[in-house]
Design a protein around this ligand. Structure first.
Ligand SMILES: [Zn+2]
Length: 99
């Protein structure tokens, strides 16, 4: 395309754990920003809020996709565990009753 000011690998950007975004110094004195959510949505353009420059972020979308899936799976497993343990208790009770 050639429309980008630069292409930057995600490893070279700085993670802001408070604002949940990656940033990279912009020549105007501000900084390019791209959020984790944008990366999950396969967006790779980091923008600077103070000027019109943009950069392309080089990253692997699967890294962020997997992380989101893992969190969802953990929650599902917790729900499954609580319900299955309840079934086991019920099974134990039924066994004792039948004996
Ligand atoms: Zn700028």
């Amino acid at each position: 395309m050639g429309a980008y000011y630069d292409e930057v690998e995600i490893e070279d950007m700085v993670w802001d754990d408070i604002r949940k975004l990656y940033h990279y110094p912009c020549p105007c004195g501000d900084r390019f920003e791209i959020t984790r959510q944008q990366l999950r949505d396969y967006e790779d353009i980091a923008t600077c809020p103070s000027c019109s420059l943009i950069i392309r972020v080089i990253y692997d979308p699967l890294d962020f996709e997997d992380e989101e899936d893992a969190q969802e799976k953990e929650q599902e497993e917790e729900d499954t565990d609580s319900s299955s343990s309840g079934d086991e208790n019920l099974a134990d009770i039924l066994e004792k009753v039948s004996i």
